[in-house]
Design a protein around this ligand. Structure first.
Ligand SMILES: [Zn+2]
Length: 273
């Protein structure tokens, strides 16, 4: 390893976490796990500060869980209040094709300074993106919005987003969870970026799979650091640990800087610093 790869070069960067959550995790499988993966806005915010994360973009767990029973409207309202009272948090507004009222609520939330875009989750909301993508992307295109999506399971295979992203180039799409694949294949998100034609598809590093040595480094080699955004999935995963994965990655400092902060600044029009 060369000096240029040493973590000390990037540890002082104030990063932007594009994929996090807030609230109560209600998977309903194990009470301990549900508690460990839950956090208030204050806990998310404190962990982010310790990991030198300047902005954390959260979506409300209440809008997503339990599977098929998330309360989208109440969750979005909860997130709106949480980010209004917590300095270093920004929000994603959750949109569901099964919830017509969420479209008007999200349209209103998108006008807020602290709302960065639209979060969709085909798995927790029980729909196939190949069938429902049109309404979601049409809406996002109308609002020139960024979409962050869960990806890698059967309803949310990265390849199935590509046709929507190609058809709606005004929409910038972040495929969440680099390396996540229900079939054990960690390449789906990267392949989708490569297949997309309009340059509007990105991936984030919020997967537990990124503890695998080589995954992020391989992704950067395939699609370039400019397509990879830092995400933690906090509080489902520990934000400082996710941060360390990038600081210690076997990449050049310039690539780490892009992943940690520069790409997000460009995508969301945020100031560096
Ligand atoms: Zn997530």
């Amino acid at each position: 390893m060369t000096d240029a790869m040493a973590m000390t070069q990037t540890a002082s960067i104030r990063a932007i976490d594009v994929h996090a959550h807030v609230g109560w995790y209600r998977r309903g499988v194990n009470a301990h796990m549900d508690r460990f993966c839950s956090a208030t806005a204050k806990v998310i915010s404190d962990r982010a500060r310790r990991a030198r994360i300047r902005w954390t973009m959260v979506s409300p767990l209440r809008a997503l869980l339990p599977r098929g029973h998330g309360d989208v409207l109440a969750g979005n309202e909860e997130a709106r209040k949480a980010v209004a009272s917590t300095r270093n948090l920004l929000m994603w507004a959750v949109l569901s094709p099964h919830n017509p009222a969420s479209f008007s609520q999200v349209a209103e939330l998108l006008t807020l300074r602290k709302c960065v875009g639209i979060k969709i989750h085909p798995e927790e909301h029980l729909y196939a993106i190949r069938r429902e993508g049109k309404a979601l992307f049409e809406f996002a295109a109308r609002h020139r919005a960024v979409i962050l999506t869960h990806s890698g399971e059967k309803n949310s295979m990265p390849a199935e987003f590509v046709k929507w992203a190609d058809r709606f180039p005004e929409v910038r799409l972040i495929l969440g969870h680099l390396g996540c694949g229900w079939d054990g294949d960690p390449t789906h998100q990267v392949r989708a970026v490569q297949r997309s034609k309009r340059g509007n598809v990105f991936v984030d590093t919020s997967s537990a799979m990124n503890v695998t040595p080589g995954l992020i480094e391989w992704a950067v080699g395939e699609i370039g650091a400019e397509k990879v955004l830092f995400g933690t999935d906090s509080p489902c995963y520990f934000a400082p640990m996710q941060r360390a994965r990038i600081d210690f990655a076997e990449l050049r400092d310039s690539q780490k800087r892009r992943i940690l902060v520069e790409n997000a600044c460009a995508l969301f029009g945020l100031k560096k610093g």
